[in-house]
Design a protein around this ligand. Structure first.
Ligand SMILES: NC(=O)c1ccc[n+]([C@@H]2O[C@H](COP(=O)([O-])OP(=O)(O)OC[C@H]3O[C@@H](n4cnc5c(N)ncnc54)[C@H](OP(=O)(O)O)[C@@H]3O)[C@@H](O)[C@H]2O)c1
Length: 299
């Protein structure tokens, strides 16, 4: 028997969908169905079949059957399969279907998928922001598009954590990728810093010192201080960073992030940032707006 309020299905039944199914099952959702190509062929005794059985999931043979038995579909396929999978199921979907594409994909691919869906289905761009196998149903989702709020409102009572962002489809996927600019960039900066510290045999001291600097400051304040401070002091910092570069060269340490920092600081000087910002602004918005305006004007 299906839950009276929700008929849930998964398109793709891999690691993420199977783990979410466990928690939806625990939350009392019955009659969950899933379609994947290997799932369609799975027989009793097969690992996939047994996994589905143990989580209260019925593996259906076609995407048409998935559409028929559901009102809400969460697609969790590899990114490159997302648009072809939507194309295949689309003719079977109803206008009142909520179709959440939670596959990791580019913002462009999500916009393409939304355009393909058109008015034929209520399409939601969603991004999974953490490891599903560890966090299960509590893994944070970000969602965008005109139907994202409906996704949030219908699924949060079941225990999902969904943050609606931006305006259109593509914004949620863009947010995940933009977050990677910070996280992966930060990792590179840490690696370059720690390499230099180790070459000088002061690694532990540098870890200790930078931890003291960052530990007690809320990250929002760090963003404000670092963005605003750079606009005000970029000219002076070019000279400081040149000395850093010299030290790195003397030690044979990598200079890639420091060269990028110097290049960014020089660009900000050229944009006239120190003249525009003589003291640290209250918010980073005017700095970012000035940066975008200068960059666009230079194109
Ligand atoms: N696992 C996580 O913690 C996590 C975290 C963040 C984001 N994500 C994203 O979530 C998506 C799913 O991740 P996953 O770890 O569950 O991947 P996975 O274990 O590789 O599972 C992918 C599933 O999609 C199915 N599939 C592939 N092509 C399909 C198609 N054309 N039609 C229908 N089903 C198709 C696969 O089965 P068949 O090949 O048999 O069809 C499989 O069941 C990915 O985009 C991933 O980047 C996952």
């Amino acid at each position: 028997m299906n839950s009276p309020s929700i008929r849930l299905g998964f398109l793709g039944f891999g690691e993420a969908a199977a783990r979410l199914a466990v928690d939806f099952h625990k939350a009392g959702i019955t009659g969950i169905v899933a379609y994947s190509r290997s799932g369609a062929k799975a027989k009793p005794g097969d690992a996939l079949y047994e996994k589905a059985q143990s989580t209260g999931v019925t593996l259906v043979k076609t995407s048409a059957a998935l559409a028929k038995k559901t009102d809400i579909i969460i697609a969790l396929t590899p990114g490159k399969a997302a648009v072809p999978a939507l194309r295949r199921i689309l003719k079977h979907l109803r206008k009142d279907h909520l179709y959440i594409d939670a596959s990791s994909n580019s913002a462009k691919a999500m916009e393409q998928a939304a355009a393909l869906a058109g008015d034929a289905v209520r399409f939601v761009d969603a991004s999974v922001m953490g490891p599903v196998d560890i966090q299960g149903i509590k893994v944070p989702f970000v969602a965008s598009g005109p139907h994202a709020a409906e996704f949030r409102d219908r699924m949060t009572p079941l225990g999902m954590v969904i943050n609606v962002v931006g305006k259109g489809p593509g914004d949620a996927s863009a947010m995940k990728l933009i977050r990677s600019v910070l996280m992966k960039g930060l990792a590179m900066l840490l690696l370059d810093t720690m390499e230099a510290a180790q070459r000088r045999n002061i690694l532990d001291a540098v870890i200790e010192d930078s931890s003291v600097t960052f530990n007690d400051i809320p990250f929002q304040k760090i963003i404000k201080r670092y963005v605003g401070g750079t606009a005000v002091h970029c000219e002076r910092r070019v000279h400081e960073m040149k000395e850093c570069l010299e030290l790195l060269h003397d030690m044979g340490s990598t200079d890639r992030s420091t060269k990028a920092t110097i290049s960014m600081l020089r660009e900000m000087v050229k944009m006239g940032m120190p003249q525009k910002f003589t003291s640290e602004p209250d918010s980073i918005h005017p700095v970012i707006d000035a940066l975008i305006a200068a960059r666009d004007a230079a194109r």
